[in-house]
Every structure is written in C-alpha cells, then in structure tokens.
Write a protein that binds this ligand. Structure first.
Ligand SMILES: O=C(O)CCC(=O)C(=O)O
Ligand SMILES: [Fe+2]
Length: 216
C-alpha cells in the first residue's frame, strides 16, 4: 500500500538522519525536521547563486490561484547533468538515503525585497487535477531538502506556522523535513511559507523526493 511505503520512507530517512552526528533534530509540533550546518562550502553556495542569477524566471505554481502574490520569487531548474550540480545532488541523496532517481531536478529560488512564498504544503493534494499525472510520474512528494545559500539582512524566514518553527536563513545550512506524518499520510502540520524579505536577498536550492522514481 502506498501509505505503508510512505511510512517506511519516513522511518528509514529519520533513522538515518538521527544516526548522523552532523545532523540536529529540530523539535516541532507534529513534524520531523532536521538541520545540517555548513552542508556546502561558501564557494559552492556562491557557485549555485551565480547559476540561479543567470537562469531565474518568475516562479510557477502547480495549482491555479487567484492570488498573484502567492509565490513572487524567481526560480530555475539547475542542470542535473552539470558535474558541479550533480556532485551536490549526490551528497544530498546520500545524506537522506534516497536514490538519485527519486529526486526531482534541484530547483534554485531567489527572493528579492518584498518577495515571498505563501503558506503551502509540498505534498501533492490528491484531490487536485494535477494528481493523476503526478501519480504516474513518481507519486507523492515525501521529504523536502533545502539549502540556504545566503542570508537576507532581514525577513525571509521559513515559517512552519502549524509546527511552531521559524527558521532563519543561514548560509550553507541544509533544512529537511518529512511532508508525511508517521503513518504515511499527508502531514498538514508540514504547512510552511517563506516570509517576505524586508532587506537583502535570499537564494535557496530545493529538492523534493518522490515515493518512487521520478519521471520527468
Ligand atoms: O524558501 C523557503 O524558505 C521555502 C521554499 C519552499 O517552501 C519551497 O520551495 O517549497
Ligand atoms: Fe515548500
């Protein structure tokens, strides 16, 4: 059953992260969330920022919304065949114990002053029209891994309003959480948003892992 597989992915990934001395568990309400400081070098962060800066376009959403302010950042897919990107990708997969083919292409995201990503879940809402296609393309999104590449002067926190956690961007810090709960069901507590930048810039990379192999 999909739910059992999702619960098992949650357990196995959490157990692996718990065993890693470089990883810290962050206590949230009803959400499994972890951080890893200095996951990348400053040079690697700078290299990714330069790639995002060169390729960024207005960010997209899977679901239609009337709210033009919902996701106002710019984003791009990072070239997964680029050896520099591939090396970082593999390190993220090894950390999480995920097979590279479970990972969607790494996405770069840049937020300027006033830009934000309002409250959402990273998992697919199975009642939405996009689900029948996404189901065939690797199924549900399980864990999200994100790396902050720089630090805005103010604003830009990742806020888990239901989980009671507000994470301030820290250069080179990886943040990862399970979008499923421990039974393998969609975890409503994993609701999160990127608060507007009030001063400075914020760049991140995000990877979403599917329950099965991802099909482009
Ligand atoms: O940029 C952030 O802090 C959050 C990004 C996010 O939620 C996403 O890309 O799904
Ligand atoms: Fe998200």
């Amino acid at each position: 059953m999909a739910k059992d597989r999702l619960a098992e992915i949650g357990r196995a990934t959490a157990a692996r992260l718990n065993r890693n001395p470089a990883v810290q568990m962050v206590a949230g309400e009803g959400i499994d969330l972890y951080v890893y400081q200095n996951f990348l070098t400053l040079e690697e962060c700078g290299g990714l920022v330069a790639m995002i800066d060169a390729d960024r376009k207005p960010s997209k959403l899977l679901s239609a919304t009337d709210d033009a302010e919902f996701r106002t950042s710019e984003s791009c897919d990072l070239d997964r065949w680029n050896p520099f990107v591939d090396g970082i990708d593999r390190r993220i997969c090894a950390l999480m114990g995920m097979k590279p083919r479970q990972g969607e292409t790494m996405q770069g995201q840049r937020y300027d002053v006033g830009q934000q990503f309002k409250a959402h879940h990273d998992y697919f809402h199975v009642g939405e029209p996009y689900w029948s296609e996404q189901k065939q393309r690797g199924g549900q999104r399980t864990w999200t891994a994100m790396i902050y590449l720089d630090e805005p002067t103010s604003g830009g926190e990742t806020w888990f309003s239901a989980g009671g956690l507000k994470v301030s961007p820290r250069t080179a810090m990886l943040l990862t959480w399970n979008n499923m709960d421990r039974t393998g069901a969609e975890n409503v507590q994993a609701l999160h948003e990127s608060l507007p930048i009030t001063e400075g810039l914020k760049n991140v990379v995000t990877k979403w892992f599917r329950e099965r192999y991802w099909v482009t």
